[in-house]
Design a protein around this ligand. Structure first.
Ligand code: ADP
Ligand code: MG
Length: 703
């Protein structure tokens, strides 16, 4: 994609250490922040922009608004206060129109930095203080040396960078300014020219200049929303290159042939019919068809099965597994927790009882001797389907003929783990199922290398769940209501939050609640307790008892979060609902409403609620649509938290913000698809694109 003849920029690859003004110490500071080269420095947005083209005069300041001023220090010093150890640094600043007081709380070191006579630019909140005068409280400051003040640090809209170790925002502004001067004017373009022109994007070099040192007519508010043409162009560039890499990688995977052709004949269809306990919904049929078509195509499948909680993804995956097994292939079925793996195992074993296929369970708590035995059988091919946790992708599991890998509740499984799985010989077909619907743009970004099948409707006859949020003080009313449900023969979940740092406390709370419910509130009903600290067989016993209806009320920490399926349960009572994330609450609620009974979700919270918690509970009572919940959750929490952890396989972007830039991401995805369809990178060119891409987005550590 590089334009022929344009200057490939060795300058961009220059280590920061070789820039004037950056020695080894500052270079080390930069490196700790992930900045190694000039390119890294230039491809980083300022945290904000400040308009210093028209600095306000001190005489014109009004309280209640942030302001930028520039002036000299008339006097300054450290002052003690009545509170022992609490010091205030005070300076009187004059700009010729007036003087104003600036105060910094508890920053005594300023004594060694600021001095009388210095020329400062200050940015901060203007407020009224005691005597009715104005002051600047904890303003950001920069000391100007008179020679470059005019060109770089004032008299224009200036970029403010995040402080990096000992490298101040001002030093960085200077460095970026110098680096931009040395940038070759014919710097190689990263975007195809016709695309760039069609989308009316500025050139790369112009965008880099304007992003750091905006032209005089740039709008401050647009800059601070990262919405100027220059900023958008750079964001788009990153998103486009990322999508190109995803698609190219997928194309190279598609070139690897699968070892066996999959047949679907009457025998296979009959076998599926025998297993199926109900009629598939149209959505399930459609998804299954897409999956099986994909399995039959000569290249490996890489598919995401999306569907709201309770949409019935499991049976679709099992039918796909059956097709693989009928064709003599093995299947790995993976879940994020042991308890879910156990549930899948029980379910699948039951459904496959009448078949000749052999199913095994392999988790972290499988005893060593049993594990050895199972590994041998998996390798020999006498076990057809293995259900397990992540342990299944660990080194010592070798399959004779792995044809399909099903990964349930995807978003705890990253891109990396999927890649590991693919290296387990055979390039098996991979089917990924998400626990929580993922907003479309995010799915494109993180799973842009996957095809997507979507189950939109729930099985017939489901009644929408009623959701109510109530403060703890009204728990008695809820209990009264719950009693009615129990009397009607339904079962109930009571869930406690699990705060990992204090698992003991949580377990205690859940244990006490179980005792109280069992002895005082519902003495005539059977209460079971489930928490993460129990051994697998203990949990298993409780879960089975609940599933069999031998336990009426299941008190639990969040181990029931995903996947658990007990149709007779009609109440989900969440304690301390304010502590749960939105997607988590949606998952929990999805445990009920799995049958024809009207189901209820009670969110019991402790007042006072934070604004965010209030938003979450509001969202829960307003909608049961998983996709909408996911959108709101993403907006509330940001993508890092949305996916639980950083290791979730999210790419590390320099400029793209997965929430802010969703529209650009979607455009980039579309454009990259078109581009890759008409240009055909292959061989070494493709290899090179992929390698630099994987390094760039830190997706390389596939082991
Ligand atoms: P999820 O998509 O959340 O993983 P499950 O696969 O656990 O949902 O299915 C939810 C429940 O709905 C299960 O009890 C399952 O047996 C049932 N189910 C799935 N498909 C159908 C269907 N077509 N008709 C009736 N019940 C179904
Ligand atoms: Mg499920």
């Amino acid at each position: 994609m590089k334009q022929e003849g344009a200057a490939e920029a060795p300058f961009l690859a220059t280590p920061l250490q070789y820039l004037k003004g950056v020695g080894p110490r500052r270079a080390a500071d930069f490196e700790r922040a992930g900045l190694k080269t000039v390119e890294d420095l230039l491809y980083r947005f300022p945290i904000r922009y400040e308009d210093r083209s028209r600095l306000q005069t001190i005489a014109s300041l009004k309280p209640g608004q942030p302001a930028s001023i520039s002036g000299r220090i008339l006097a300054c010093g450290l002052r003690s206060t009545r509170r022992p150890g609490f010091k205030i640094f005070e300076a009187s600043i004059d700009d010729g129109s007036r003087s104003i007081r600036a105060v910094w709380l508890n920053q005594p070191f300023l004594r060694d930095i600021l001095a009388r006579g210095q020329h400062l630019v200050l940015y901060g909140a203007v407020e009224l203080y005691g005597g009715g005068g104005l002051q600047l409280l904890n303003p950001q400051y920069e000391i100007l040396d008179d020679e470059d003040a005019e060109t770089i640090h004032t008299g224009r809209i200036v970029p403010v960078y995040e402080k990096t170790g000992a490298v101040t925002p001002k030093m960085q502004r200077r460095l970026v300014f110098d680096a931009l001067q040395r940038l070759p004017p014919d710097l190689a373009e990263q975007l195809p020219e016709d695309l760039r022109l069609r989308l009316r994007l500025p050139t790369r070099v112009a965008a880099l200049h304007a992003m750091h040192f905006p032209p005089a007519d740039a709008r401050l508010d647009a800059l601070n929303r990262f919405a100027t043409p220059a900023q958008q162009r750079l964001i788009f560039e990153e998103a486009f290159l990322f999508q190109m890499g995803l698609l190219a990688r997928r194309r190279s995977a598609a070139a690897e042939r699968k070892p066996i052709d999959i047949r679907v004949d009457d025998r296979v269809r009959e076998s599926a019919r025998r297993v199926l306990p109900f009629k598939l919904t149209n959505g399930q049929k459609q998804a299954l068809k897409e999956i099986v078509d994909d399995m039959r195509s000569p290249h490996p499948m890489n598919r995401l099965l999306q569907g709201d909680v309770g949409a019935g993804k499991t049976i679709v995956a099992l039918l796909a597994a059956l097709v693989a097994m009928e064709n003599g292939l093995q299947v790995a079925f993976m879940a994020p927790t042991e308890i879910l793996a156990e549930q899948h195992f029980l379910n699948i074993s039951r459904l496959l009882q009448a078949s000749h296929f052999r199913v095994a369970l392999l988790t972290g708590s499988t005893a060593a001797s049993a594990r050895r035995q199972q590994l041998a059988e998996i390798e020999a091919g006498t076990i057809d389907l293995v259900v397990g946790t992540h342990a299944l992708v660990q080194g010592d599991v070798r399959f004779k003929q792995l044809g399909l890998a099903v990964i349930d509740e995807q978003h705890r499984f990253g891109v990396l783990q999927r890649a590991t799985l693919r290296t387990k010989a055979l390039h098996p077909d991979v089917l990924v199922m998400t626990a929580t619907p993922i907003p479309r743009t995010l799915a494109l970004t993180v799973y842009g290398d996957l095809d997507v099948s979507m189950i939109r409707e729930l099985p017939a006859g489901r009644v929408p769940i009623r959701t109510v949020a109530k403060p703890e003080s009204r728990r008695d009313e809820i209990h009264e209501f719950v009693r009615g449900q129990l009397d009607g023969g339904r079962q109930v979940y009571v869930v406690y939050p699990l705060v990992e740092e204090s698992a003991k406390v949580d377990v205690k709370a859940a244990t006490e609640m179980a005792d109280t419910l069992g002895s005082d509130v519902f003495p005539q009903y059977r209460v079971g307790l489930l928490h993460g600290r129990m051994k697998a067989d203990g949990r298993d016993r409780v879960m089975k008892a609940f599933a069999a209806g031998d336990v009426d009320i299941l008190v639990s920490t969040t181990v029931v979060e995903v996947g658990i399926d007990v149709q007779n349960a009609s109440v989900m009572l969440v304690e301390h609902a304010e502590r749960f994330g939105l997607s988590q609450l949606h998952q929990l609620r999805g445990r009920v409403g799995r049958d024809r009974h009207q189901s209820y979700c009670f969110l019991v919270y402790q007042s006072p609620l934070s604004d965010e918690a209030r938003e979450r509970l509001k969202a829960m009572t307003e909608t049961t649509d998983g996709f909408e919940i996911a959108e709101r959750d993403l907006t509330l929490r940001g993508p890092g938290d949305f996916f639980g952890t950083r290791q979730a396989g999210l790419p590390t972007f320099r400029l793209v913000d997965l929430v802010r830039d969703r529209e650009l991401l979607a455009t980039a995805h579309r454009e990259a698809e078109q581009w890759i369809a008409k240009s055909t990178p292959s061989g070494p060119a493709l290899e090179k694109l992929l390698t630099s891409w994987e390094e760039r987005f830190k997706l390389i550590q596939v082991g």
